[in-house]
Every structure is written in C-alpha cells, then in structure tokens.
Design a protein around this ligand. Structure first.
Ligand SMILES: Cc1ncc(C[n+]2csc(CCOP(=O)(O)OP(=O)(O)O)c2C)c(N)n1
Ligand SMILES: [Mg+2]
Length: 654
C-alpha cells in the first residue's frame, strides 16, 4: 500500500499534464510545480472527508491560483470524492464536465470557491476564516474548530486586493488562515523580476502575519514550514520555492509551462524524467490505494464530530444556520404594519437601518459591516457589537477603507455558511467591489451589498461621488438581484427578499436624502414582483410612468400634473429589474402596456430604459456626470422635476 511521496505527487503531475494535453488547453505548470506541497497538505494536514464533502467542520481549501485547476481536480479525484471521476478529468475543459477551465464551487463538492480572477480567492478565504472564528465564538470548539488553507501564486500576491486581504486578516489576527505561496518566480510574461521587486514576506510581516519559507519540493521541509505556521498564532504565509512545471525536463522553470499544453514530446520526456511509465489517465493501484487511504484520514474525525453534534444542545440552531435556513417565524410584518400606522419620511438608507433593527434581533446569523462609512451607510444596529480579534462573537465588522476586500470577505463568509453577510459603501464605489459582486453572482451565494448615496441626490460631494452609470451597470450582472426601493415599506420588502434568497446575491441602492412614505398598505410584498402599479390612472390612461427609488415621488408629481390636464397616467414603481423580468408575460404586459406612452424616470443613465419604454418612449435621467451642489437644486438643474417633465410628456402626446 505504501507508495512513496514521489509517486503520490507524480500522480498529480501526470493527471495534470495529460488532461491539459487532451484538452489542448489549460495550465500544467502550477499543478506540476505545487504537486509536492499539495501532496503533503492533503495527506498529512488538511481535515476533510471525501465521503462527506459538506461536513461543517472540515478545513476549507481555496485554490486561489485558479488557473492551476487540474491540481484540485487531481486531488479530489485521487482522495476519493465522488466527482470528478476519471472520465470527468478526461473531459477537462469540455462542455458538461465539472472540470471547468477554472474551479467552480457549484460544479464540484470540494471546490469551496470559484477562482480564476487572481487575488480573489485569497481575499475570499479571509471571509471564510472570519466566519470560522465567529461561529467558534458562538458554538464553541466542539462544533467549530477548523482552518482555512489557500494556495496562491505570484499573481494573487501582486494584485491590489492582496493588500486589503492581508491588512484585514492581520488586523483580525486570523491565525487559522494559512497561505501556501507558489513562489516559483514565474508569471505569464516571464520572470517575476520583470515586473516586481517587492519584498513579499516583508509586506506580510508588516501586516501582522507570520512568514516562513521552504523548499517546495522537499517533503520534510514543507512539513517543517507548515508546522511552524500551525504553531504561530498569527495568520501565516508559507513561501514554497518551486520550479514551475517540475518534471518537464526541457520546459520546467519557464513560463512556457504556465498556460499551454507541454506538447507530445515534452510529455513523453516528462514521463521518463518522472519515472512514470503508465498510459494517460491510468493510476497504478498502489498509488491509487495510497491516495484513497489518505482520503480516509478524516473520516473518524468527522464521525466523532458528528456524535458531538448529535448530543449538542445547540444542534438544531447550528444545523439551521449552516443550512442557511431563516428561523421559523421570521417576519417583518409587524415592523411593516407599524410603518403603515406611523408613516416615516426618511432616507431609504435610514429605512434600511430601521429594517435592520427588526432583522438583526430575529436573525442572529447576520454579520454587518461597512468600508468605513458606517454612519453614512446606516449598516450598524444598536445590538451589534464589533467583531474584533478580541471578540469574534461580535456581529459588525469595521472593514476599513477596503471595499473590494470587504466584498470578497463577505463572499467567503457566505460560502463558509452559518452567517449572512451584508456590507456597505457608497453606490459609486460599487466599482471598487465589482469583481467580488460578479463572483458572488456567479457563485450563487447570499451576499447582500448595501449601497447608499445612490444618485445626484447626495448633493454637495459632487460628480466623483454621484453614481450615474452604476445602477444600470449592476443590473447587467447575471444573477444579481438589484433593488432600488422608493420608501420605507419597499426598503423593508427588498431586505426581506434579499434575506430569503439563497441562490444569489442582492444589492440595495439607497438614498441619502429623505423620501416620503408612498405606500399606504402592505397586504403583500409588492417589491417581489419587481415592479407594480403604485397608483392607477384616474382618467382615461394615456401614459405609464415608470420610476425607481427617489424618482417615484417625482413620477407621482408628474401624474398629478397630467391628470389635471385630463391625461390619465399610471405610476409604476420598479424597485427591481431582475425580479420584474422574472414575472409572467401577462403580468408584465398588464403593468407596462405597450399601447400607452411609456416614460421612465431615474436619476441615472437613460441607457437601458428602452427595454421597458420602447424606442418611442421618453426617458428622463442623467446622461452626463453630476455636479456639486445641494441635492434638491441638482434635481432642478438636471430637469428631474415634475414641473420640467410633465410638459414634455404632454408634448409627446400631441
Ligand atoms: C485578475 C486577473 N488578471 C489576469 C489574469 C490572467 N492570468 C492568469 S494566470 C496569470 C499569471 C499568474 O502568475 P502566477 O500567479 O505566478 O502563476 P504561475 O504562472 O506561477 O502559475 C495571469 C496574468 C487572471 N486570471 N486574473
Ligand atoms: Mg508564479
């Protein structure tokens, strides 16, 4: 049974180079270079059980260098996960194979995060490590006691987001996070010293991390370095000096192995170099058995944990949270009834804070935060203590001025499970978070992005701070639910929908300025339909006015003026495009009938509103940058008032 370390590692090398060769596409260099480190990790350190891949107390392993996807596919296959099968690996990078070009969390159990955009995986893992410490503080060592491992390349460490991730993890003293750096001194363009002369270990040291180096091809030295990382209370960076493409005798150590098949001759030469005489995709039984044995290391540990859970007083609550189910009886109905009885004229960011007041007392799993705009984003409720290195049990994270780092960490928390992350910044800075928002949507996870100061309505801070194209550009991200509520009621409804959704992220765009409460009843969650008739035409309907957020109030004013001229106008509030698009054709036609003049009003780009108003409709918005001045004056300046809009609608009807 006992196969040498070399044989185990070479199985990864062979599968990786052969799969890339078969696909005629992919990245053999990283898997071949990190095969030794990965073998030590998966045979000696990582806590996992392929027969129970979702075991809550498993270690999390994130392949941040996602281009090296064949490394994780090889590992999952060899250690005994049900998928990928050898057939899946033969079909690497083909349509329908779970062995996609880059690892995808929804394709394979064991892939904890979708990676590929460099730097993101590591920053996501920070959130996993936060979630682990938080749940440990809540449920104790008996239920939550695991680590977060990351395999990262030069690219992951060079990206700007790495600075944010290192800063956050160091500050929060996430000692159970260990980054294994593939320190191969090669990137696509050639040697790292073409573009970088940074002291990476020095930078991590300065961020409060423990750092250690090893020879990434010497099993004992790798183990020594990992032991040092485990012993140190700080998060650790393990620099593993490796040869990219190790085993390919003529190409190893060069960027030629990074992202292209080695080629027939070099693969043959590598077989000789590695002493690997087996045909492609064939693993000799001794090696297969030894890997399978390694994959069984965690089973006992998992069974013992299962027993502890079975008799634990918090079993039900722990399972509920890990499954992502909201508690029975969770409801915002009493809060909303209260609003109906006592209408509030507040900014929707304030309405969000009020809703969170009702939410956070019912949902102990929420973890809020903001990228240094807590008082502006209104993301913190009174009952939330800060989550700090001294109190991981807290439920509010001061992320600092790290929007991308925050959004990535939120995704890591959502992927870990057991918590529901929400976090805020200004809508204009959603651009700084955008790659993580996109990855949340792709990964189908419940991250809730709270974006305030959603238009020129924010006023004096001027065009650098006034979103114009942002809301529309977020709407085009697939699987992101977009919300721009108009008042306190819609804000509560949108929060409810965001929390109840388990297969994707939501983004709430909220106003800085006060808005009247428009809804006078709330028998059902009307925001769930994405758009609804807020007020029907009083006289013969000629116009449908469609608006979102702060402009719904303006649309009502326009309707008043039209009705005074004998022109009937419906007002449709449209808090969510994604939700509306999911409605039946009949509903959509009823709310936005094509035989009327259709008019959109939104304080942002008008590009896109043709979708609902047609080419012959009218679109009122802002197709330039904003300006610095008081918010209400800016609405006049840019012609976004009932007085300015109503005559143009009447003219169009002539
Ligand atoms: C954000 C981002 N930028 C660019 C790329 C394209 N890319 C993929 S791998 C890579 C080079 C990374 O170098 P390194 O991390 O050292 O990987 P190695 O060549 O050592 O495997 C680049 C530029 C990417 N995947 N993500
Ligand atoms: Mg490299």
């Amino acid at each position: 049974m006992t196969a040498s370390h070399q044989l185990l590692a070479n199985a990864i090398r062979a599968l990786s180079m052969d799969a890339v060769e078969a696909a005629n596409s992919g990245h053999p260099g990283m898997p071949m270079g990190m095969a030794d480190v990965a073998t030590i990790l998966f045979t000696q350190y990582l806590k996992y059980d392929p027969s129970a891949p979702k075991w809550a107390d498993r270690d999390r392993f994130v392949l941040s260098a996602g281009h090296g996807s064949m490394l994780i596919y090889s590992l999952l296959h060899l250690t005994g996960y049900a998928r990928p099968t050898i057939e899946d690996i033969r079909n690497f990078r083909q349509i329908g194979s779970p062995c996609a070009g880059h690892p995808e969390n929804f394709e394979l159990a064991g892939v904890e995060a979708t990676t590929g955009p460099l730097g993101s995986g590591l920053a996501t893992a920070v959130g996993m490590a936060i979630a682990e410490r938080h749940l440990n503080a809540v449920f104790g060592d008996d239920l939550v006691d695991h680590r977060t491992w990351v395999l990262a390349g030069d690219g992951c460490l060079m990206e700007g987001i790495n600075h944010e991730a290192v800063g956050l993890a160091g500050h929060l003293k996430l000692g159970r996070m260990i980054v294994l750096w593939d320190d191969n001194r090669i990137t696509i363009d050639g040697k790292v010293d073409l573009s970088s002369s940074e002291n990476v270990l020095g930078r991590y040291d300065a961020g409060g991390w423990h750092t250690v180096s090893c020879d990434g091809h010497d099993p004992a030295d790798i183990a020594r370095a990992i032991d040092a990382a485990l012993a140190d209370p700080r998060p650790s960076l393990v620099a593993c000096r490796t040869l990219i493409g190790k085993g390919a005798p003529n190409k190893q150590g060069t960027s030629a192995t990074h992202g292209s098949p080695l080629g027939k001759d070099e693969v043959a030469a590598a077989r000789v170099e590695l002493g690997w005489d087996y045909p492609p995709f064939e693993i000799p039984s001794g090696v297969r058995n030894a890997w399978a044995e390694a994959g069984k290391r965690g089973a006992l540990n998992r069974e013992v944990w299962q027993d502890r859970l079975a008799s634990h007083s918090d079993k039900m609550e722990f399972e509920r949270r890990m499954e992502g189910r909201l508690p029975d009886g969770f409801s915002l109905a009493p809060y909303i009834s209260d609003l109906i009885a006592n209408p509030q004229k507040v900014a929707t960011r304030k309405a969000s804070e009020l809703a969170l007041g009702a939410i956070n007392v019912q949902l102990p799993e929420t973890i809020g935060g903001s990228a240094d705009l807590t008082g502006s984003n209104n993301t913190k409720t009174k009952d939330q203590a800060p989550l700090t290195a001294d109190n991981y049990g807290g439920r509010y994270i001061y992320y600092g001025i790290r929007e991308f780092g925050m959004a990535a960490a939120m995704n890591g928390m959502a992927l870990h499970g057991g918590v529901i992350p929400y976090g805020g910044t200004f809508l204009v800075f959603s651009d700084y978070c955008r790659p993580a928002i996109r990855l949340a949507a792709l990964q189908e996870i419940r991250s809730i992005f709270v974006m305030t100061h959603d238009s020129i309505g924010l006023g004096e801070d001027g065009p650098t701070h006034q979103p114009v194209e942002h809301m529309m550009s977020l709407r085009v991200i697939p699987n992101l639910d977009d919300y721009r509520p108009a008042d306190t009621i819609e804000t509560a409804e949108c929060w409810q929908l965001s929390l109840e959704r388990t297969d994707g992220p939501s983004l709430l765009a909220l106003s800085r300025q006060n808005l009247p409460q428009l809804r006078t009843s709330s028998k059902e969650n009307l925001s769930a339909k994405g758009a609804y008739r807020l007020r029907a035409a009083k006289t013969d309907r000629k116009v449908v006015l469609i608006a979102s957020g702060s402009e719904v109030e303006i649309a009502l004013g326009v309707a008043d003026k039209l009705e005074a001229e004998g022109v009937g106008a419906d007002v449709v509030s449209m808090p969510s495009w994604s939700r509306f698009d999911a409605q039946s054709a009949a509903y959509k036609k009823d709310v936005i009938p094509s035989e009327t003049l259709r008019v959109s009003i939104e304080a942002g780009t008008t590009i896109g509103w043709e979708r609902y108003v047609g080419l012959d409709g009218l679109r009122f918005g802002l197709d330039s940058f904003g300006a610095s001045g008081p918010g209400d004056k800016l609405y006049h300046h840019f012609g976004l008032t009932a007085e300015a809009i109503a005559p143009q609608v009447l003219a169009a009807l002539q």
